[in-house]
Design a binder for this molecule. Structure first.
Ligand SMILES: *Cc1c(COP(=O)(O)O)cnc(C)c1O
Length: 400
C-alpha cells in the first residue's frame, strides 16, 4: 500500500471506528485490507438492498455513466422520469421529489407540510406549522430533522432547536390528541422505529392515526427511509396497515448503496411553488438509474414474498438461539429484525463477532441490550445459518 492505512488523522473525528479498512464487497461479504472476510449483517446500514456491489448496480452505473452523469437539476432526464413513474405507479402517491439522503428528504417533507399549512391556515387565518413526532424516533441529522427526532439528549445538542416538533408516545393515540392545537399541521412517524431499536407501530395504531389525522385536517407523514423499498417484505411498510399517508420519504435501500432519496406526496399536498425546493444533485441521472434498477428488481414476481420468507426464517432461528442462550424477545418485520439480549452485552457481542477468526461477523447494537439485523434482501438460508452458528460461537465465548 502506498499510504499508511491507519494514519487517519486527516479525517474529522465523529465516532469511534475499529482499525479496519474495507477494500472489497460481494453480496453478504466484505473483505478488509489484510484479506480477512466478514459476513455483513449491517449492509451499509440497511442500505445495500441487493448486497455489496451487485451486478444490477454495476450494470446500471456503467451504462448510465457512459450516457449522461448530470445535466443539472434545471432540466428533465430520462432515469429521473422513469423512477418517479415507477414509484407513483406502485404506491398511493402522485408526485416525487428526489434528494440525496434521508435527512434531506425529511427536511423536504417538513417544508412541504409547513407550506401546505400556510395554504390551509387555522380559523384565525394563521399558518399551521407544528408537526407532532414521537419519542425514540429518528429522522436525520440536519437541524430540523434532529429537532423532529425523539432521541434522548438531542434537544440539548446544537441548541437552540428548530421549534415546532412536540413529541408523542408511539402506539398511544391519546398522547397525540393531547398535543394537537390550532397550529398543528401534521403527524410524522416511522412505521417501524429503526434506530430506536426496531419498535413497530401497530397496524391498529396506524389505522387510528390515519383516521384521526384525516378527520382533523392534519397530514400524515411516514418516514420510510429505513422501512421502505422492500425491507419489511412489502414495498412500503405502511402497506401492512393498509393506510394511505399524505407524504412519504425514502432513502437508504432505494439507492442500493449509492446516495439517493425521495419525497413522495399526494397531488393535493404537492404545493411547492417555483423556487421553494431544489438541490444541485437532486434527481441526477446516475443515481436515478440505479434507483430504477433496484426498484424493478424489487418488483420482480415473488421477490417480496421471498423477503417475507427469509424474514420468517431469520426470526425462527433467532428465537431458537434466544432460547438456547436464555436471551430475550425477538421482533421486527421482514428483514429488519432485532433480538433483546437480556443484559447490556450488545457492544461486547459486536466486538467479539468482528474479531472472530478466520472470518468475522458484522452486526449492530443500536442499544446496549439489543442486536439489530439488516441483511441484503436477497440473503440466503445458508447465510442465515452461518450467522446463527457464528452468534452461538460468540455467545459461548462471552458467557464463559
Ligand atoms: C437513516 C435514517 C434517516 C436519515 O437518513 P440519512 O440518509 O442518514 O440522512 C432518517 N430517517 C430514518 C427512519 C432513518 O433510518
Amino acid at each position: 500500500m502506498e499510504f499508511n492505512q491507519f494514519d487517519t488523522n486527516s479525517l474529522m473525528y465523529i465516532t469511534n471506528r475499529p482499525e479496519i479498512v474495507f477494500t472489497e464487497g460481494d453480496g453478504m461479504w466484505l473483505t478488509d485490507s489484510t484479506g480477512k472476510r466478514y459476513l455483513d449483517y449491517l449492509q451499509g446500514w440497511a442500505v445495500n438492498s441487493f448486497g455489496h456491489s451487485p451486478a444490477i448496480i454495476q450494470d446500471a452505473v456503467t451504462t448510465q455513466v457512459k450516457k449522461l452523469i448530470n445535466p443539472s437539476p434545471a432540466f428533465y432526464n430520462a432515469p429521473m422520469i422513469e423512477l418517479a413513474s415507477l414509484l407513483t405507479h406502485n404506491s398511493t402517491f402522485d408526485r416525487v421529489f428526489f434528494a440525496n439522503s434521508g435527512g434531506e428528504a425529511n427536511e423536504g417533507a417538513i417544508k412541504l407540510a409547513r407550506k401546505w399549512g400556510q395554504k390551509h391556515p387555522n380559523a384565525k387565518n394563521e399558518a399551521r406549522y407544528e408537526i407532532i413526532t414521537f419519542d425514540h424516533s429518528f429522522h436525520g441529522r440536519t437541524l430540523a430533522t434532529m429537532s423532529a427526532s425523539g432521541k434522548e439528549g438531542w434537544d440539548k445538542k446544537f441548541a437552540p432547536q428548530v421549534p415546532g416538533f412536540p413529541k408523542a408516545e408511539l402506539n398511544d393515540l391519546d398522547s397525540v390528541k393531547k398535543l394537537v392545537n390550532d397550529r398543528t399541521v401534521a403527524v410524522m412517524l416511522e412505521p417501524v422505529q429503526g434506530e430506536g431499536g426496531v419498535i413497530p407501530a401497530s397496524p391498529e395504531f396506524l389505522q387510528a392515526l390515519r383516521k384521526f389525522t384525516k378527520d382533523n385536517n392534519l397530514l400524515l407523514i411516514v418516514d420510510e427511509v429505513q422501512t421502505g423499498m422492500g425491507r419489511t417484505g412489502k414495498l412500503f411498510a405502511h402497506q401492512w396497515a393498509g393506510i394511505a399517508p399524505d407524504i412519504m420519504t425514502l432513502a437508504k435501500g432505494i439507492g442500493g448503496g449509492v446516495p439517493l432519496a425521495a419525497l413522495l406526496a399526494t397531488e393535493a399536498v404537492s404545493v411547492f411553488e417555483a423556487g421553494d425546493q431544489g438541490g444541485t444533485f437532486n434527481g441526477n441521472p446516475l443515481c436515478s438509474a440505479v434507483g430504477v434498477a433496484i426498484t424493478k428488481n424489487l418488483l420482480q414476481p415473488g421477490f417480496l414474498e421471498q423477503v417475507q420468507a427469509m424474514g420468517n426464517y431469520l426470526s425462527e432461528q433467532l428465537k431458537a438461539l434466544s432460547k438456547q442462550f436464555n436471551l430475550g424477545e425477538e421482533r421486527g418485520e421482514g428483514l429488519l429484525r432485532a433480538l433483546e439480549l437480556g443484559s447490556d452485552i450488545g457492544n461486547n457481542i459486536v466486538e467479539v463477532a468482528r474479531d472472530l477468526e478466520p472470518i468475522g461477523l458484522l452486526v449492530n447494537a443500536p442499544r446496549a441490550h439489543l442486536l439489530r439485523f439488516m441483511p441484503a434482501l436477497n440473503v440466503t438460508k445458508e447465510e442465515i445459518d452461518t450467522l446463527i452458528k457464528m452468534l452461538a460461537e460468540v455467545l459461548t465465548k462471552i458467557k464463559k
